[in-house]
Design a protein around this ligand. Structure first.
Ligand SMILES: NC(=O)c1ccc[n+]([C@@H]2O[C@H](COP(=O)([O-])OP(=O)(O)OC[C@H]3O[C@@H](n4cnc5c(N)ncnc54)[C@H](O)[C@@H]3O)[C@@H](O)[C@H]2O)c1
Length: 252
């Protein structure tokens, strides 16, 4: 633990039981934050916490279903009760890896609703739940959207629409939360190698590489600079923005 940029800041990362969320949680802890590792899979969350503690950081796991209002409210209340503040929320949890890609006319109504509940309603519920604990001191909300919104990536219309919704939510919340010193920004990763993305697309390791200005596969670590920028006071005057981090595949 050498960096102290986020010294003692209480940071919630949803969906941090694996994949990008785990990388985010590890990086925030390494920057000095106290991290709440929240996931619907408690064993994954516990694994992340174990790694953070092994690095000398501070973290706790919490079971959370971002689509369930009561679960989200409970999580925010427990964090505030334990640490008395919430400084940063990373809305990362999403239905992503398990998606069966198919034409829009084959997506069922229940698949659409389930995905929207997690990917779009979830970030709103989480932002709403942390607001009472951020409004006095200010804070930062970071929404993880996707570069698929800019490419209009085919065969998962519900996913792309949900991520577009997250960009709209980011802008609307930023307008309203500015008066409370809360900034709201989004990161739009390109196709990034995680366990989930490797299952999603054949030949994932080379997917899209030639379309980038920087021609190599994207790793979770490529997102950390943007994450820490939005989490830390460096971005104090930046809000409502979406930063595409994809090696220059999409220009926004
Ligand atoms: N990997 C990529 O290429 C990529 C690209 C762009 C955006 N993203 C986005 O980044 C985020 C993380 O992606 P990933 O590759 O790590 O995928 P992932 O499937 O490994 O991670 C998603 C995490 O969210 C958790 N989760 C799912 N539903 C939940 C719920 N209802 N409540 C709480 N937790 C829940 C899962 O248990 C998992 O730990 C997602 O929002 C995804 O859409 C990923």
């Amino acid at each position: 633990m050498s960096e102290t940029k986020l010294n003692g800041q209480v940071t919630i990362v949803t969906g941090a039981g694996g994949g990008l969320g785990r990388s985010f949680a590890l990086a925030l802890a390494a920057a000095g934050a106290r991290v709440v590792v929240a996931d619907c899979k408690l064993d994954g969350a516990a694994g992340t916490v174990e790694q953070i503690i092994a690095q000398g950081g501070e973290a706790i796991e919490m079971e959370l279903d971002v689509a369930e209002e009561a679960s989200v409210e409970r999580m925010a209340g427990s964090v505030a009760q334990r640490w008395g503040r919430i400084d940063v929320l990373v809305n990362n949890a999403g239905i992503y890896g398990g998606i069966t890609r198919k034409p829009f006319f084959e997506i069922t109504s229940s698949e659409w609703d389930e995905l929207m509940a997690v990917n779009l309603k979830g970030p709103w519920l989480c932002a709403r739940a942390v607001f009472p604990f951020m409004r006095e001191r200010g804070g930062s909300i970071i929404n993880i959207t996707s570069a698929t919104f800019y490419s209009g990536s085919p065969l998962w219309a519900h996913y792309v629409a949900s991520k577009g919704g997250v960009i709209g939510l980011t802008r609307a919340l930023a307008r309203e939360a500015g008066d409370y010193g809360i900034r709201v920004n989004a990161i739009a990763p390109g196709f990034t190698l995680t366990e989930a993305s490797l299952q999603l697309i054949e030949e994932a390791a080379q997917y899209g590489v030639n379309r980038g200005a920087i021609k190599r596969a994207q790793q979770a670590d490529d997102l950390i600079g943007a994450l820490l920028f939005f989490a830390a006071p460096d971005s104090d005057f930046v809000t409502g923005q979406t930063l595409v981090v994809d090696g220059g595949r999409q220009f926004n």
